[in-house]
Design a protein around this ligand. Sequence first.
Ligand code: FAD
Length: 447
Amino acid sequence: MEPEQQSCKVIIVGGSIAGLSLANMLERVGIDFVVLEAYQEIAPQVGASITIWPHFARILDQIGCCTYNHSHLYVPVLRDPLQALVDKYCNQAFYRNQQGDRVFEFPGMGDVLERRHGYPAIFIDRQMLVSALYQNLQHKDKVLVQKRLTQIEQMNDGVQVITQNGSTYIGDIVIGADGMHSHVREIMHILGQNTSSPDCFEKDEYSKVPCTYKCIFGMSKPTKGIEKGTTHTVMGKNYSYIIGSGTGKIYWFLSVKNSETTYGKGVPRYTVEDEQRLAEQHFKDRLNEHDIFEDMYRNRIKSRLTPLHEYQWKRWYFGRIMTIGDASHKIHPISGNGGAAAIEDAATLVNELYGKLILQRKLGQVSQHLSTEDFQDIFAKMQSAQEDRSKQLLEQSTKIQQGDAMESRFAPLAVKYILPHLTGETFFSLCRSAKSSFTLFSSSDGP
Ligand SMILES: Cc1cc2nc3c(=O)[nH]c(=O)nc-3n(C[C@H](O)[C@H](O)[C@H](O)COP(=O)(O)OP(=O)(O)OC[C@H]3O[C@@H](n4cnc5c(N)ncnc54)[C@H](O)[C@@H]3O)c2cc1C
């Protein structure tokens, strides 16, 4: 049954995890939307993977995008062979030292997660997730590709956005789900600085965005040393690996500390040659009893070198414009929480927006559109509900990276004398505590 239609239209810029999650939630509560995606296809394969932790899976389940049953994560809208996305979830975690020797093992990790939170953890292609979010929409015609946003005009009663190819869209609000290099955020800052309250945004905040690590991420054909259903962390001096087995492939990240932290426009962009050079420097790194990095790299299907910015923007909204996901906070991928933070942002925003529209309906003002002040109130509540949570995830990820790359003088001692004596559950509770308090899509009837 179609939900009752609300008198509000949302223009979503960006058709990836944040944008398509938001579209799914809006559709479920009857709020009109259009998604403008810059690229010519939704869900291109860039070689990235994503860990779906329980808090992430739960919201995906709420929006009908996945169901979890008997050790399989099903994505109902995808046809075979992707229907059962994982044939074995991550159930065993290994920590290894620089020589590739096991120093800590957590058998039954997935079982513990499932017992505690109702879902295990799985590794899949990011492309599969974005594709599932798209396929799950009833109104796919509202997702438009090759629509790169270039301009936003705010009016008293709405917004107008213009794309590079000259198309114009009118709505009540614009949500920038356009990633780390968000153009919506850039326009919002300029609009804010040109108003009577120019201090609402810090001048040139972008120059404060730091980058301390870079990362080659990729997917490879299985190697001898990585069994199905396992994840492996390898801790080297100033570098670390996370390797996990997923859908008939292995997914991996090699994070390497830069010689210095760079900021804003000073953060380098990398070429294929840069990636090759960095990979070769690490070819002899031992990953386990069987593999060195060269084995995995030569077996690769796709890979890419990227800088890892880590930052949370101070203010996420202005007037009728708001940012969500990576456009608001860029979290180091080591904890696998950037996508989860993005979907939580979408859930919180829809909870607030839908709550306001329902209140308006109760007051008998069904056809009346929300005012700019109403949206300011919704956006302020959304940011205040989410910012501590995403900050916590951001700081936790930074600490995990510092620990895994043995930045502290005491790290080698901890790896040798403490880590081997921890139980799996203690270790997990120590470093992954943020996973227990998460946002839900409360406007849903789902789980
Ligand atoms: C190596 C790596 C590994 C990661 N692993 C994990 C993980 O395991 N688990 C996890 O939860 N997270 C992980 N992340 C983080 C996760 O991928 C991001 O947090 C997530 O993709 C953010 O989603 P988003 O929709 O906010 O932004 P993005 O995914 O960056 O999407 C932005 C979208 O906006 C579009 N766009 C940009 N500009 C415009 C414009 N002007 N007009 C229209 N469209 C535009 C882009 O084309 C893109 O589709 C990882 C990140 C990296 C780099």
